[in-house]
Design a protein around this ligand. Structure first.
Ligand code: SAH
Length: 230
């Protein structure tokens, strides 16, 4: 069974967007993963097809109504659907390569894209939504965040990346940032490829790359060396 993504959104026309390009798009065409969208507004009940209302207690902006969103979630993922239910949210747990790897091994994901000020807390609690953030900044909506999450997951699905684009050595895969990469020409604007890389000594090259990774990680992301959450 391949990875099945379902996205609940007010802007289904944004999908697949970048997820339809290159290797991810090819994987989609080949059925290595699938993508469906649910238009949240289809579940509105009033004349104006409204999906939001003003925040209880006052304040700016609008809040997505829990009853409408719950109906959309239940229609997309009826009881017994084994897929995790995710809400894109700046309050969520930061997305990690490790969580993406776990999700890539599972049956798929049901992803809710927020808009406006946010979402009624009761639907988050009652439908057990796992909140995931893509970083400490605020987007206008969850759609781009859902694409980031899906792009990270889908390229880890076996068969999506060819051997030529393997991810074994990549940043975060071993808790470190990737070593610097080089390719021909041998001399670029007076700078040569480090001699080590053209020495043909694979043991030494692996050691050099590891040292470079470690030095880069120490300099740029010392937090990665002290946490186990890569
Ligand atoms: N008032 C909210 C932000 C709302 S932004 C707050 O302060 O927490 C509107 C929607 O964009 C959110 O519901 C969420 O779905 C999405 N979004 C914004 N920033 C995000 C981020 N960093 N990661 C994931 N989703 C985000």
């Amino acid at each position: 069974m391949s990875f099945a993504a379902s996205v609940i959104t007010l802007f289904p026309e944004l999908f697949p967007g970048p997820l339809g390009a290159s290797v991810l798009g090819r994987g989609l065409g080949e059925g290595l993963w699938s993508l469906s969208t649910t238009q949240l507004r289809d579940f509105a009940v009033d004349r104006h097809r409204s999906v939001d209302d003003s925040p209880s207690g006052g304040g700016a902006g609008m809040v997505l109504k829990p009853d409408i969103l719950a109906k959309a979630i239940d229609a997309t993922a009826p009881q017994g659907d084994p897929r995790p239910r995710i809400l894109m949210s700046p309050r969520g747990k930061p997305l990690t390569q490790a969580r993406a790897r776990e999700l890539a091994l599972g049956p798929g994901a049901v992803i809710v894209c927020g808009r406006f000020e946010g979402i009624d807390q009761r639907v988050i609690d009652r439908r057990g939504l796992e909140e995931i953030s893509i970083g400490d900044y605020v987007l206008a909506g969850g759609e781009v965040a859902a694409m980031v999450l899906l792009e990270t997951i889908v390229r880890l699905i076996p068969g999506v990346l060819g051997k030529a684009e393997s991810h074994a050595d990549e940043s975060f895969e071993n808790g470190l940032l990737e070593y610097p990469q080089y390719t021909r020409p041998q001399n670029f604007e007076g700078v040569d490829i480090p001699a080590m890389l053209t020495s043909g000594d694979h043991g030494k090259i692996a050691k050099w790359r590891h040292e470079q990774s470690l030095a880069l990680t120490k300099a740029r992301r010392p937090d990665l060396l002290t946490t186990k959450s890569s």
